[in-house]
Design a protein around this ligand. Structure first.
Ligand SMILES: Nc1nc2c(c(=O)[nH]1)N[C@H]1C(S)=C(S)[C@@H](COP(=O)(O)O)O[C@H]1N2
Ligand SMILES: [Mo]
Length: 309
């Protein structure tokens, strides 16, 4: 064959810069366009352009991933609009490159890290996670990322650091005004942030993270409601006191600090006992800690989860 397809290109030829600039994806698209004349559509729909060699994670679920189309067009990213279809229609409002992420606050080695360098910090892993939105729907998403603990440990937290605050990018001139207090912020206890399931995602479906999913880097905390997974991060700040997230500020009775998925604790306005997996017809029972109880329940031993919702 004369035309090299994405899968013919050894991953050793792909640099983090290529990945980040989306050149890899371009190569793949060019390849499939060239093939379109000779192959039936089903065969043309090739595997997505890989983000180099991905380590497969033992933390991945075996459940079927939600279709790429749904993952990338049914989104909550209020800065880009409050309807599910808005973020994918308004991607021009956020430029994910160049980008720097700060790790700061109570750390001995604060740092501003360019997104290209973040990709080199640790081998990129594929993590297929169940994600559960507080609104009652769920998806299975094959993320690509690095454990957040890698970045935090490199920054060398000080003894007084007990919580981590996350701050999303906000540009008043292009993004939603009102609705929430901007920028979008979230928080975790330090031990939650260091938990091996907690991921800094830079991609999904093996590709660079689409803008609507929080490009170029977003948090992913699979045992908590989706709003904890703050998108398009500019700062990760270690602090002494429990941060107040944007959603808690907006509606403290509805959105607590922990926000662990819990089928036994209803949202004040609706039940959390079941969920609709996007793409499925009938409802599923929601699992404690979104099915991650074996890994994370010990973080909350002795806590009243009704009180600390
Ligand atoms: N900055 C920012 N992050 C955000 C949101 C948002 O509006 N702004 N929405 C949250 C909510 S409610 C959910 S369910 C997830 C959705 O992520 P996804 O669109 O990649 O599935 O992002 C979370 N992170
Ligand atoms: Mo959500």
């Amino acid at each position: 064959m004369l035309i090299r397809t994405a899968s013919d290109i050894p991953s050793s030829e792909i640099t983090p810069e290529d990945l980040y600039q989306g050149r890899r994806r371009f190569i793949a698209q060019a390849g499939s366009l060239a093939l379109a004349g000779t192959l039936a559509p089903a065969q043309v729909r090739a595997a997505p352009a890989p983000l180099g060699v991905l380590t497969k994670s033992p933390y991945s679920t075996n459940e079927a991933s939600t279709h790429y189309k749904a993952v990338t067009t049914y989104n909550n990213f209020y800065e880009l609009g409050t309807d599910k279809a808005d973020p994918s229609a308004n991607t021009h409002r956020l430029k994910p490159t160049p980008w720097t992420l700060r790790i700061e606050g109570l750390v001995n080695k604060p740092r501003s890290i360019a997104i290209e360098d973040l990709l080199k910090l640790a081998p990129l892993e594929e993590r297929i996670y169940r994600m559960r939105c507080v609104e009652g729907w769920s998806m299975v998403i094959p993320w690509v990322g690095i454990p957040l603990s890698t970045l935090i440990r490199q920054a060398d937290p000080q003894g007084s650091a007990r919580f981590v605050e996350f701050v999303s990018h906000y540009d008043r001139s292009t993004m939603t005004r009102g609705v929430l207090e901007w920028p979008y912020t979230e928080g975790l206890r330090l031990d939650e942030a260091l938990h091996p399931l907690t991921l800094l995602a830079v991609g999904l479906y093996g590709e660079v993270l689409p803008v609507q999913n929080g490009a170029p880097v977003r948090l992913v905390v699979p045992w908590k409601y989706g709003f904890k997974s703050a998108k398009s991060l500019v700062s990760i700040r270690l602090v002494e006191r429990q941060p107040v997230s944007a959603w808690t500020k907006a509606a403290p009775a509805e959105y607590g600090f922990f926000s662990n998925v819990n089928p036994e604790v209803d949202h004040p306005r609706w039940s959390q006992a079941t969920e609709r997996r996007i793409g499925e017809f009938s409802k599923r029972r929601t699992l404690m800690f979104n099915g991650y109880a074996d890994q994370v329940a010990s973080l909350y031993t002795g806590m009243d989860l009704r009180r600390f919702y």
